[in-house]
Write a protein that binds this ligand. Structure first.
Ligand code: PLP
Length: 393
């Protein structure tokens, strides 16, 4: 049977492939330290689980009505965006989705035609290029310099804009880079796109997970013009440790949201109704569980960063957000006699039983991604193993 060109051109998720190999080794009884996870290692807070149970008991088990999301979830998203991001949205400007991933895909489907250009800063989250490809649009990949913490400057983005540019992807805090744009940097980039026929996808999945004395600024909050050109994406996944619940939301200009809702109504019909009640509870409820998770991630970020920088052949920019370190491994790979992030990751798994994700999957072959969404004990053990294998500085 001949598969579609569309499916054949799609890459498998490299992050999942490493996790699968590590899982296979674990099954064989090998003690693998896994740094591949893209999800918090905490249980979903109890008040959220209880809200889901209550919704089930109350009979909220039918189709979500409307498919674009139940009103309480949309209202909760509006309250969150106003309270934490200073953004005013009406429920009609919000779509509740099957995780952040569906929201981003629907946005691609609603906006991109063949030949349209999407500016995609690298390192990038793995699904972006694939979702763009599924729409037959063109990725214009811009590599952020490691000396600037992988961040792009406003000038670099300005130079990449052409008459075909339709979308700019903006993800801060970044998966996989662990970096965060400062409010001034966000404003400078917003100035570049303001007034141009470009829609910004502001992926704010990790907006609550920032470290040190930083302030988070939503792209849409930069100016009224930026607001009119931006889709703001978020989800329960990373903030409330709800990755498996598949609840996300996106807010933006009503015509785009409506187009996305139309596609959603003909594809998934949205996410489970009882999970939407849980999302509403998560966003409206007490936020101290989020703060305690954030603090723990902050502690691990600092520890992992210090340890990585003490290992021979490795340099790492300081993670300031999300739960990822993204060290440069060019010299470390030479020590192991291999080249490239894929061979390096395979060597680490084989020789040290440590699973990391090759940076190639994120558009940066000089780096690998280590998630610190795992216990401090595991992080210590993994760092000890890397140090033993590569030596200390
Ligand atoms: N965007 C980024 C940057 C992510 O890291 C992820 C998840 O890994 C997503 C979007 C998708 O999130 P969800 O699990 O809610 O679909």
């Amino acid at each position: 049977m001949k598969l579609s060109r569309r499916s054949e051109q799609l890459a498998e998720s490299a992050t999942l492939a490493v996790a699968a190999k590590a899982a296979e080794m674990k099954k064989q009884g090998i003690d693998v330290v896994g740094f591949g996870a893209g999800e918090p290692d905490f249980p979903t807070p109890e008040y959220i689980r209880n809200a889901c149970k209550s919704a089930l008991d109350a009979g909220h088990t039918g189709y979500a009505k409307p498919a674009s999301g139940i009103l309480p979830a949309k209202e909760a998203a509006c309250s969150k965006l106003k309270r934490e991001n200073g953004l005013e949205y009406k429920p009609s400007q919000v779509l509740i989705t099957v995780g952040g991933k569906e929201a981003l895909f629907l946005a691609c489907m609603a906006l991109l035609d063949p030949g349209d250009e999407v500016i995609l800063p690298a390192p990038y989250w793995v699904s972006y290029p694939e979702q763009i490809k599924l729409c037959d649009a063109k990725c214009v990949i811009l590599n952020g310099k490691e000396s600037n913490n992988f961040k792009l400057t406003a000038d670099e983005i300005a130079n990449a804009i052409t008459p075909k540019t339709k979308v700019l992807i903006f993800n801060s805090p970044s998966n996989p880079g662990g970096f965060t744009y400062t409010p001034d940097e966000v404003r400078a980039i917003a100035k570049v796109v303001e007034g141009k026929p470009i829609v910004v996808f502001s992926d704010e999945m990790y907006d609550r997970l920032i470290y040190g004395n930083q302030r988070f600024l939503s792209f849409a909050a930069c100016s009224p013009q930026a607001y009119a050109q931006t889709l703001t994406f978020n989800a329960g996944s990373k903030t409330y440790s709800m990755t498996g619940w598949r609840v996300g939301y996106v807010a933006g200009p009503e015509p785009i949201i409506k187009a996305m809702a139309k596609i959603q109504s003909q594809t998934t019909s949205g996410t489970a109704t009882f999970n939407q009640h849980a999302l509403a509870a998560a966003l409206n409820g007490p936020q101290d569980a989020v703060e305690s998770m954030r603090k723990e991630f902050e502690r691990r970020a600092e520890y992992m960063w210090q340890r990585l920088n003490a290992i021979k052949g490795i340099t790492c920019v300081q993670p300031t957000g999300a739960f990822y370190a993204f060290p440069n491994i060019v010299e470390a790979a030479k020590i192991l006699g291999v080249k490239g992030s894929l061979a390096f990751s395979a060597a680490l798994l084989e020789k040290a039983h440590v699973a990391v994700v090759p940076g190639e999957a994120f558009g940066c072959d000089d780096n690998v991604r280590l998630s610190f969404a795992t216990s401090m004990e595991q992080i210590q053990k993994g760092m000890d193993r890397l140090e033993k294998l590569l030596g200390s500085k």
